[in-house]
Design a protein around this ligand. Structure first.
Ligand code: ZN
Length: 409
């Protein structure tokens, strides 16, 4: 791996194609800026004589042929899109580490047994329609192409936006990954939670990505003046507090499986006047567990408590699902490849679970997948996230070595 080329190209791809220069990186999928970044990647792959082909969702695929095309291939990838004002190397780190790995193989004449498919995923961040990992969910069949016709923002549907960008979402049905033909999926990414920095590690090997469900709950009572006697009120805030306490008691009593997380992150009262008992208390509920199979029972029990408190207090309750994402254990095969590679290179690593969504989560539901994380720092002045060059290079070296191990049959 050529360190200088890797770092300079990572910088180039990360900052050149950006709609908010000076304020983080903004590169939404299916925009002019995304197409410029895509052309940059196309140019780099064409230098190796490899073409980059977009599927119906705009995920870009390149195939590096191995000695035996009949063997299940290795898939490597990350995403090209960002959130608004996103972190500098988010997504691009994995892409450029993959690109540099393939180029190094080509330059040294290393011929892998298995073919390697490189994927630059579209819409991992979900910035256009609020659905994360859309590109990877489509090619793993978690979301059907038909659902793109109803997935919409204020301006358009996902289907229409893809078509307007020149894509053919109707072809997606036939472009799904056949798990039989894939040996494993490897992703490298900068960390989002900053647990690596807090624990003084540069590299993390992920054991599992949490499953998540979230809901919006509305408790409806009666809006009365603050002078109303306590016994004559139907105060939804009282019910919220009771419900929140009750759920925590159930968690503390060990009723739920280990690693269960319950969070109320937003609370709103209506009408929101200091002298009026609110008629509505609206709050969000986020439930996470590493075991996807554990989530339905946890969600049901929490919903049961929410409804029981409302009934007891004579108020109404409404529960609306907000979002959900899979949750998946990372493959032992890939974890071991990362760990052995790090050890052989003399780097330390942190073994961790991870609470945020990555393309490795949908991919991990279809094929053995593994995620390698690199520590993110926060600039104290600008509050922008960034990763140290040395950490990025260490991560890229481990990624390259792990790929090299897994392409040998
Ligand atoms: Zn990302």
């Amino acid at each position: 791996m050529n360190k200088n080329r890797f770092l300079s190209q990572l910088e180039e791809l990360s900052v050149s194609f950006n709609d908010t220069k000076g304020k983080g990186v903004t590169r939404f999928s299916w925009t002019h800026t995304a197409s410029l970044a895509q052309s940059w990647l196309e140019k780099e792959f064409s230098r190796m004589g490899i073409s980059l082909i977009a599927d119906g969702a705009g995920n870009l695929h390149a195939l590096y042929r191995g000695k035996n095309p009949a063997l299940p291939r290795l898939v490597i990838g990350s995403h090209l899109d960002t959130v608004k004002n996103g972190a500098r190397y988010d997504g691009t780190f994995g892409l450029v580490a993959g690109l540099e790995t393939l180029r190094s193989f080509r330059e040294e004449g290393f011929m892998p047994d298995r073919s390697i498919e490189f994927i630059a995923f579209a819409e991992e961040e979900g910035a256009n329609f609020g659905t994360t990992c859309l590109g990877s969910k489509l090619i793993t069949g978690i979301i059907s192409p038909e659902e793109l016709k109803t997935l919409a923002n204020d301006e358009t549907t996902a289907w229409k936006m893809m078509e307007d960008f020149g894509l053919e979402p109707d072809k997606l049905e036939k472009q799904q990954i056949d798990p039989q033909t894939v040996h494993a999926y490897l992703e490298a990414h900068v960390e989002q939670e900053r647990r690596l920095t807090k624990n003084n590690f540069s590299l993390g090997v992920v054991k599992a990505i949490s499953a998540m469900r979230s809901y919006k709950v509305t408790y409806r009572g009666e809006s009365v003046f603050a002078a109303t006697p306590m016994k004559d009120r139907k105060d939804p805030v009282m019910s919220f507090i009771e419900c929140h306490t009750e759920i925590h008691k159930v968690i503390d009593a060990g009723f739920f499986p280990e690693n269960t997380r319950f969070t109320v992150g937003q609370i709103t009262c209506k009408p929101g006047s200091p002298i009026v008992v609110p008629h509505e208390c609206i709050f969000t509920v986020d439930i996470r567990n590493l075991e996807l199979s554990a989530l339905p029972a946890i969600s049901e029990k929490i919903k049961e408590i929410i409804l029981a408190v409302a009934e007891k207090n004579g108020i109404e309750a409404e529960i609306v699902p907000l979002s959900k994402s899979g949750g998946v254990k990372m493959s032992e095969l890939v974890q071991n490849a990362y760990k052995e590679s790090a050890k052989e290179l003399g780097f330390e690593y942190f073994e961790m679970n991870c609470g945020t969504a990555f393309d490795a989560a949908p991919m991990g539901t279809a094929v053995p997948a593994g995620l390698l994380l690199v520590a993110n720092q926060i600039d104290p002045e600008t509050q922008e996230k960034y990763a140290l060059a040395e950490d990025l290079y260490q991560g890229a070296l481990v990624y390259e070595k792990a790929i090299r191990k897994l392409v040998c049959a």
